[in-house]
Design a protein around this ligand. Structure first.
Ligand code: B1M
Length: 210
């Protein structure tokens, strides 16, 4: 691995926000591909953070500061991942479902969708079915839910039922994702599609608009 990628990996793993920011900036200036910085540095590190948490070596505070370091690095990559000037492809409402505070992956999906030309209404984390319904009423072609916990996955189904009950289901396509989510689960709860990562979420959203 490139030395700077190893340093970025270590900085995220150790939750060093300023270090991560400086290193990502250096890597960009040195001409490294932003997607390589993301996938071979930051995502590898945050995956290792999850493994260390499972092993009982990391606790919630370590996960939190690692996520903060990652978000800081992502902020610098944003202009490179979001290419401007693309014709509007549609409007997407996106959020992490009720009870769930994870937003790194959701933010990345929002960036890729923006890069694919979508206008984004990001509702943040811990979003209730009612908030999703209200945002769809404000205008949306696609609504995306993210969930990282097996315990919050059922909120995806509850939100879909709330959208149906509000009489809005025919107006929007629903896409879902997040580490525990699967294609089978998407079919089971009546979503229009599932994507395993941010790049594929953008491809899926574009295909649902055509
Ligand atoms: Co939490 N956490 N966490 N955590 N955390 C996980 C998810 C966990 C797998 C760690 C582990 O045990 N290995 C585990 C879940 C176990 C389970 O349910 N299966 C876990 C746990 C247990 C918890 C707590 C319950 C811990 C506790 O309190 N005891 C707690 C819950 C809090 C809550 O939400 N109510 C908790 C808290 C936290 C922090 C707040 C400390 C922090 C989040 C900070 C933040 O997001 N701002 C945190 C973190 C950082 C993680 C890990 C380490 C990293 C998550 C991440 O950012 N991944 C995570 C372990 C892991 O994922 N390996 C873990 C990087 C990101 C780029 O990937 O989010 O998967 P991801 O997104 C991908 C795809 O999933 C997909 O595309 C993205 C980009 O390619 N995708 C979509 C995501 N959303 C999509 C939507 C789409 C399509 C694709 O369409 C709309």
């Amino acid at each position: 691995m490139d030395a700077i990628l190893t340093e970025i990996y270590e900085a995220v793993l150790n939750g060093q926000m300023e270090e991560t920011t400086a290193l990502v900036k250096n890597a960009i200036d040195a001409g490294l591909d932003p997607e390589t910085i993301l996938n071979k540095g930051m995502i590898l590190a945050i995956t290792e953070v999850g493994r260390l948490f499972e092993e009982g070596e990391y606790f919630v505070p370590e996960m939190l500061i690692a996520a903060r370091a990652m978000q800081a690095g992502l902020g610098l990559l944003r202009p490179y991942l979001v290419k401007s000037g693309v014709k509007p492809a549609g409007r997407v409402v996106i959020g992490t479902v009720k009870g769930d505070l994870h937003d790194v992956g959701k933010n990345l999906v929002a960036m890729m969708l923006e890069g694919a030309g979508f206008e984004i209404n990001d509702l943040g984390t811990d979003v209730s079915p009612k908030q999703f319904v209200a945002a769809i009423q404000d205008g949306a072609d696609i609504v995306g839910f993210s969930a990282l916990l097996t315990t919050t996955m059922p909120a995806m189904e509850l939100t879909i039922r709330a959208i149906e009950a509000a009489g809005l289901r025919d107006q929007v396509k629903i896409i879902i994702g997040g580490a525990p989510v699967t294609t089978e689960y998407a079919a089971q709860v009546g979503a229009d599609g599932y994507a395993p990562d941010a790049g594929q979420a953008a491809t899926l959203a574009l295909s649902l608009m055509s």
